[in-house]
Design a protein around this ligand. Structure first.
Ligand SMILES: NC(=O)c1ccc[n+]([C@@H]2O[C@H](COP(=O)([O-])OP(=O)(O)OC[C@H]3O[C@@H](n4cnc5c(N)ncnc54)[C@H](OP(=O)(O)O)[C@@H]3O)[C@@H](O)[C@H]2O)c1
Length: 289
């Protein structure tokens, strides 16, 4: 297959580039808004450019890793978030090729106390969540055969993310307050890239919406304690605090655990535990030093 990966400079896009080496039977084009080594420029909002690219390279499948992911900035500039997270999905979905797209736990309210299924009603509470949900709808309207993977709490070796921030703060500070009343599942972007290749390599194309995160649950506090332990950080005391003590610009879901039963059953796979993913990521981060 000829595969176009958008947003290739981001966390997931980078992990797709790494994992693509284990799937050499396909041809890949990695693109983003900014050029980098092995990455060509392609703005997913530019309909003419996307259509020309797809035609020129006879693309069979688009894996969309591009997104407007800054939750706070989306609140201030919903129009731009809507362009990238929703309007561009009509462009990608309208190319007449298969699409794998990534969405978010933020489509849900976060008020539930049981893991959310794909069929549960959505109720986004933020501009980011609203634009991502709109993107799901616009993609499915153009391309009912698309696969959408909703994920959460993504981290990786690449870009800025919670794991890298907590390692840095753990080295700089003697004490750190981290919220313990928001529950979710940290997800290693390398494992999400593996899930995407699971969909690609499956002999049968199973269109639809799926939930995919690592296994298990924790709070941001537990996540931080685990990060520090694995990174060998001993001189920073991590304190559990309530969300109301932390000045969030944008409300965060209290419970955003996704039920992954559909993905596991459809593709016949087991998913790594979050701590296992974290161990692999921290090991790579420490090696880079
Ligand atoms: N991060 C999380 O915790 C999380 C949680 C749930 C779901 N997700 C979803 O998972 C997916 C991957 O997230 P991620 O963390 O890998 O995102 P990321 O690191 O922010 O990467 C997104 C990439 O897309 C690029 N991009 C932005 N606008 C573009 C455009 N118009 N055309 C082409 N590329 C564009 C970005 O470039 P710039 O940086 O230059 O803008 C960036 O390189 C996204 O769909 C996201 O919504 C993420």
């Amino acid at each position: 297959m000829n595969i176009l990966v958008t947003g290739a400079n981001g966390q997931l896009g980078n992990e797709m580039r790494v994992l693509s080496k284990e799937h050499p039977k396909h041809r890949y084009w990695f693109t983003d808004v900014v050029e980098s080594e092995g990455v060509q420029v392609l703005d997913i909002c530019d309909k003419a450019a996307v259509s020309a690219f797809v035609a020129q390279h006879a693309i069979d499948l688009i894996v969309n890793c591009a997104a407007y992911t800054n939750v706070d900035k989306a609140e201030e500039d919903e129009a731009t978030a809507l362009k990238i997270n929703a309007e561009a999905l009509s462009v990608l979905g309208g190319q007449g090729v298969k699409v794998i797209h990534v969405s978010t736990d933020y489509v849900f309210s976060g008020d539930e106390h049981v893991p959310c299924r794909e069929t549960d009603p959505v109720a986004p509470r933020t501009a980011y969540g609203r634009t991502k949900y709109e993107g799901e709808k616009r993609l499915l309207a153009e391309c009912p055969e698309a696969v959408i993977l909703r994920t959460a709490w993504l981290y990786s070796e690449y870009g800025n993310n919670f794991v890298k921030t907590m390692i840095r703060l753990g080295k700089e500070k003697e004490s750190l307050g981290v919220v313990f009343d928001q529950i979710g599942t940290p997800t290693y972007a390398a494992d999400l890239a593996w899930a995407i290749f699971t969909v690609i390599e499956n002999p049968v194309w199973h269109a639809g919406i799926y939930h995919f995160t690592n296994e298990g649950v924790c709070s941001w506090y537990d996540f931080t304690v685990a990060i520090h332990e694995l990174a060998g950080i001993k001189n920073c005391q991590v304190r559990p605090i309530l969300s109301e003590e932390y000045q969030y610009k944008t409300p965060r879901p209290h419970y955003s655990v996704l039920d992954k039963s559909k993905f596991k059953k459809t593709f016949g796979v087991e998913i790594p535990y979050w701590m296992d993913g974290l161990r692999r990521c921290v090991k790579l981060l420490l090696k880079e030093k």
